[in-house]
Structure formats: C-alpha cells, structure tokens
Design a binder for this molecule. Structure first.
Ligand code: NAD
Length: 454
C-alpha cells in the first residue's frame, strides 16, 4: 500500500466499508486540516490518567507538528497538573517566561465546542470511549481512541459508520502496528515467506489486581464522580472503582483483559492474516472470572479456539494457562502473537521477533511483495494522516473487527454456551440462543449514553 493514497481511496480500495455502512462523499475529507501544510494540528487530550499522561509525553515530542491546546478530566487536580506541565513545556520551548495556551476542562463537550480543536486523544476508561468518540466525530474532530474500542459490538459498529460518514482520520490505540517488529511479522506472514498461514497463537495477561472489597467511601472533593460514571450504571463510590484497575476489571466499565490486553496481540493476528475486514466465524472455549465478592469481576482466565473463513485457526489464551504451550516452541513472553505457516513459524512480542528458522527473518522483500504501512509513532501517524489526508495504520475498520473477537469470547463464556457462530459478512450472531443475543447489547445511562442510541 502506498502511503500517499487518500483516506477515501483507501477505504474504497480495501473494501473497508461496514456491512450496511454508507459513505457520504460530500462529507469525505471535509475535515482535512485547512491552511498551510506548516500549520500545527491543535489537539485536546481527553482523559489524562495513566495512559493519557503517556500520550501527553508522546504528543509533546511531536511539538513541531502538533500543539496541545486542552486537557480534560473529571479529576480536577489531574487536569490542572497536566495542563500546567504542558504550559511549562511550551513556555520553555518558545523561550517565554510563562505560557497558558493549554486550558483544563472537566466536561469534554466544552472541548469539542472549540472550533480551533482539530483532533482529540481519548484515553478515558472504556465505558466512555464510544460516547466521547461519537461526539467528537459529530463535531468533525479527528480521533485517536484508546483500545479496547467499545463496551459492545454494536457500539463499535455505530462509531465506524459515523467516522466513515464524516471522513475524519481515526487511529485505534493499538500501537503495536507502529513498531517495525510487528510489521515485519505481518509482512512475512502475508507474503507466505514461511509457507501458507495455517494457525495463530495469541496470548496475554489475564488480569491484574488483588482482591478489592465492594466498599462505599465519600467522593473526594475536586472529583466529578457523576461524570466519570457517565453512561455506566450508577454505583456507590470507592477509590478502587475509579482506579485504573477498576476501569480495566469492573464489568460496568470494561470486559477485562480479554479485550483490554487481548486487543494488542489480536490486532497483530488480524493484520498478519489480512483480516482487517472480517473476524473468525466459529468460537469455542472456556473462561473464568475474579472470585465472587471481589469488586473486580471481569473474566481473568480463558482458553478459546476460533476459525476464520480462510481456513486459519486461532488459539487465544490467557497467560496463566498458555505457558506450557508457548514454552514448547519459543522463549517465553507473557504476551505475543505466533503465526504458523506450512514451513515454519514467526512469533512476535514487544521485546523481540523469533522464528522457527532465523533465516526467515532475513528475508529480502522484492518489489512485487505486499508491504504494510510503515509507522514509527502511532500518534505521529495520526497527525500525518490529518495533515496529508492519508490513511492511518490502525483505522476504525480494523478496530471493530478485532474488538468483535474479544466481545464474542466474553459473551460465549457469560452465556454458558459451549460454542457460537458469527456471520462476519452481516456482522451478526448466527445462534438464536436468547442468552447469547441478550449479551450483545447493554443499556446505558441517560443523558451520557444517549448518543449511543442514535
Ligand atoms: N494502548 C495501551 O497500551 C494502553 C495502556 C494502558 C491503558 N490503555 C487504555 O487507556 C484507557 C485509560 O486507561 P488508564 O489506565 O489510563 O486509566 P486511568 O483510570 O488511569 O485514566 C483514565 C482517565 O480518564 C478520566 N475520565 C473518565 N471519564 C472521563 C470523561 N468523561 N472525560 C475525560 N476524562 C475522563 C479518568 O478520570 C481518568 O483520569 C483505557 O481504555 C485503557 O484500556 C491503553
């Protein structure tokens, strides 16, 4: 794929249009950055906890191309401290005694109302992801959205439709696509350098955190807990609930690491298998949850087998049970993706890329072979996509299809069924099991979740 292809052509050429999804041509590219190519992209950081703070650091490294003009978080101290650090950075960079161009907000709607904001980086807990992203898309802002995509499959599909309609740039926060090791693994696989792909192993951490009691504590001053809960069900406050562990492992806000961590190695499996426009159609497996009575209540251990329509099989399992399988063929790592071809295997994690035969990794690609988009900075790739009207390395279409896999695994275990079938063309469940069907959607609290009903 050439890098200078426009987002509209990219969507057309790759067939990455949702089942039933509509492109409205007059709106496409309407949000491309206007003015001089030297103009900086104005960015707002929405959610500046652990991950959002990392993004601030990365974004400041892109100061030649982008400028942070707003931060937003219901924690007053968090947003004010972050805005202050950003202003200090820019003051130093601009050689000024002080600078206060980055403003702090509680409510993201005020940020989205600003005409000068071009793009948002959303690193809220998962239960807010799609609602904030849809509001941002409606306001014409370009989007970086943290993984996992959505709290339900239909929510992700709705966001995809809106992003396509608006023609905005969208980067899914699965940053492994901006690491050359992962790209090499996917390219070697796609070009059948070690034979035709037959199966994939995918594994990751099942869950973090010890027992946390379900407690009721006073809401600290300077924290808008009502806004933090947003579309999720109203619950009594306790500190553990609004910590990142709570955001990752409480079912009100997330489905746990089956999506939260699984999003990363699954995304690479999808990339290597050339399946960004589909998902496996058959799922079997088991899973278990944090102990009863624990505030953390998502799945934390699992073992799934899946089949793709192209005949490839995928084994997705959590770290606690994968080691005997993984250790048999490679140096162990707590997460990774292994592609098995007819003539060998290639395996990749954040530390290294390994192969059944080291010669595989020395492959020289010829001009006719498939190359994937080269990106060394996931945020930088989004900024470039906005400035140049080019595609991103992790588009919304890939996000929906990989997030679907995590959700179907979670739904299967929660339903008590032994297997399920998914139609990857219509993107609907084939099984008519009432239990399975009932788990596909969730209710969301008004008014915060109203946008999800549109
Ligand atoms: N890509 C990665 O490697 C990676 C790593 C860690 C976390 N994450 C993802 O980042 C997201 C945040 O995780 P975290 O660990 O930073 O959690 P966190 O709890 O530390 O941070 C989330 C922040 O979002 C804020 N927030 C909540 N509602 C908001 C709203 N309506 N508007 C603005 N801000 C709001 C919270 O107050 C909090 O400060 C999660 O979706 C998580 O899965 C991704």
């Amino acid at each position: 794929m050439k890098e200078n292809i426009s987002r509209r052509n990219f969507i057309r050429n790759t067939g990455l249009i949702a089942a039933g999804g509509m492109i409205v041509p007059s709106l496409l590219n309407s949000c491309a950055k206007k003015g001089s190519p030297n103009d900086k992209i104005n960015v707002a950081m929405i959610g500046v906890g652990g991950r959002g703070s990392n993004h601030v650091v990365y974004m400041l490294k892109l100061a030649q191309k982008a400028q942070i003009v707003a931060v937003c978080d219901p924690f007053e101290a968090r947003r004010n401290d972050t805005a202050q650090k950003i202003n200090e950075f820019y003051a130093k960079q601009k050689g000024l005694a002080s600078y206060n161009g980055c403003l702090a907000y509680n409510n993201f709607h005020e940020v989205l109302a600003r005409k000068d904001v071009d793009a948002v980086v959303i690193a809220t807990p998962d239960h807010w992801h799609v609602a904030v992203a849809m509001a941002a898309a409606q306001a014409g802002k370009h989007i970086y959205l943290e993984k996992p995509l959505a709290l339900t499959i239909p929510d992700g599909q709705k966001l995809r439709k809106l992003v396509q309609q608006k023609g905005i740039a969208f980067q899914y926060g699965t940053q492994q696509r901006s690491d050359s090791k992962f790209r090499l693994a996917a390219e070697l696989t796609r070009n059948e350098v070690f034979g035709k792909l037959e199966r994939i192993d995918v594994w990751c951490d099942g869950g973090k955190g010890n027992f946390a009691p379900i407690a009721t504590e006073p809401v600290p001053t300077g924290f808008d807990y009502e806004l933090w809960q947003g579309p999720a069900m109203e619950r009594p406050y306790c500190n553990a609930r609004v910590s990142n562990l709570g955001a990752w492992h409480i079912y009100d806000y997330a489905i746990g690491f089956v999506a939260g961590w699984g999003a990363h190695p699954i995304d690479i499996a999808q990339w290597g298998n050339n399946s960004d426009d589909t998902s496996p159609f058959e799922y079997e497996g088991t899973g278990s949850f944090f102990e009863v009575g624990n505030l953390y209540n998502t799945m934390n251990s699992w073992d799934f087998q899946m089949k793709y329509a192209n005949g490839v099989q995928m084994h997705f399992f959590s770290e606690d049970i994968c080691s005997p399988v993984i250790e048999k063929y490679r140096n162990y790592s707590g997460h990774g993706t292994t592609f098995f071809g007819t003539n060998g295997w290639v395996s990749v994690d954040r530390k290294e890329i390994q192969a059944s035969n080291p010669e595989i990794l020395k492959h020289t690609f010829s001009p006719g072979e498939t190359r994937l988009m080269a990106s060394e900075s996931h945020l930088g790739n989004l900024i470039d996509a906005i400035k140049n009207n080019t595609p991103t390395v992790s588009p919304i279409e890939s996000a929906v299809r990989s997030d679907t896999i995590s959700h179907l695994c979670d739904i299967l275990v929660r339903s008590g069924e032994k297997s399920l079938k998914w139609d990857p063309v219509t993107e609907t469940l084939v099984n008519d099991s009432e239990k399975l069907q009932s788990l596909i959607t969730r209710s969301s609290r008004s008014p915060y979740g109203d946008i999800l009903k549109s």
